[in-house]
Design a protein around this ligand. Structure first.
Ligand code: FAD
Length: 284
């Protein structure tokens, strides 16, 4: 449960994304049913770039909260949304008993004009968090970056901005994915020195195909350590062997995190229950 984030117990949570097409909801619910059987502490649901498909996020979050009985965290972004639209999403979430939101700035979609990009009421996630804190009863979370956000010129300034999210009302953070735990440990130390006191969930993405390096990893700005580059060189051409090697890498990464006192793990499930289940079982 989400309340366990403030306790001393380990937690395991997942991220899912809504289906890209309306006809794919049945399949999405099957995926959620399978993920739900793994008893995660919460499941977060992404928000389409630019806020175009907010209703899908609400629908999936509602299924998690009300049908599966698992705490849902709905993502929301400032980019592409005006104040009134965000309040409308809030009202819909409330109708569906979803009370937790991961508040993000969002990135500029490729097809968004300058005008659309600038037409937002909140410049940064911290501004949206402050607004939602004041105007809604939502519990709010924010994103953090163990290797700093790609637009920040230093870790120092990124951490100052992270502190603004906490001061605005973020109750916990979820990290960007990272493949080298040393970055995470260094980040936790610096964040603590900056006065970050709320729980932080470590974002882990299993790298199960070479293609992900060109997509998720490049977009995240995370470094690829030699151990991962070696796996890709060895298994990159064999999809099933690469999947197994990626699962094994994620399990080793999480075990090391747990041994070093990291309690909260957030798995980027990529809507893949088999891979997620193997990792969840592998870290027991
Ligand atoms: P911000 O906190 O606004 O930070 C963006 C940049 O501005 C940083 O460099 C920061 O240092 C700087 N900054 C922050 N506050 C201030 C301030 N007050 N003054 C000056 N500078 C400031 N994107 C989606 O579109 N949909 C999703 O569902 C989604 N889910 C995500 C989940 C996680 C866990 C993560 C880590 C990212 C997710 N993203 C998602 C991507 C996210 O939108 C991008 O990483 C985006 O570039 C930054 O979002 P943010 O909320 O961290 O922004």
């Amino acid at each position: 449960m989400l309340t366990d984030l403030s306790g001393n117990q380990n937690t395991l949570s997942f991220e899912v994304f809504p289906p890209k097409k309306d006809g794919e909801f049945e399949k999405a619910f099957e995926v959620l049913d399978a993920l739900g059987k793994l008893n995660p502490d919460y499941i977060s649901v992404t928000y389409g770039a630019g806020g175009s498909r907010a209703g899908k996020t609400v629908e999936i979050a509602s299924y998690i909260q009300n049908t599966l009985g698992i705490d849902a965290v709905a993502h929301m972004t400032c980019v592409g949304s005006r104040r009134e639209q965000l309040l409308e999403v809030y009202r819909e979430l409330t109708e569906h008993h979803v009370t937790h939101v991961l508040a993000l700035r969002g990135d500029r979609p490729k097809d968004m004009s300058d005008e659309q990009f600038l037409a937002r009421d909140f410049e940064h996630a911290s501004d949206m968090i402050a607004f939602l804190k004041e105007n809604t009863g939502l519990h709010l979370a924010g994103a953090c970056y163990p290797e700093k956000h790609f637009e920040s010129f230093s870790m120092e300034s990124d951490l100052n901005n992270l502190k603004k999210k906490q001061d605005a009302g973020a109750e916990f953070f979820i990290s960007q994915l990272f493949l080298d735990n040393d970055f995470y440990y260094a980040f936790l130390e610096k964040a603590a020195k900056k006065g970050i006191t709320v729980p932080i969930c470590a974002g882990i993405m299993p790298i199960t195909s070479a293609k992900q390096i060109g997509t998720s990893i490049t977009l995240s700005g995370s470094s690829v350590p030699k151990a991962m580059a070696d796996l890709l060189a060895t298994y990159g051409d064999d999809p099933e062997e690469m999947r197994k090697a990626g699962v094994d890498y994620a399990i080793r990464q999480i075990r090391d995190l747990r041994e070093n006192g990291v309690r909260h793990i957030h798995l980027y499930s990529m809507n893949r229950p088999k891979t997620t289940a193997q990792i969840a079982e592998g870290i027991l």
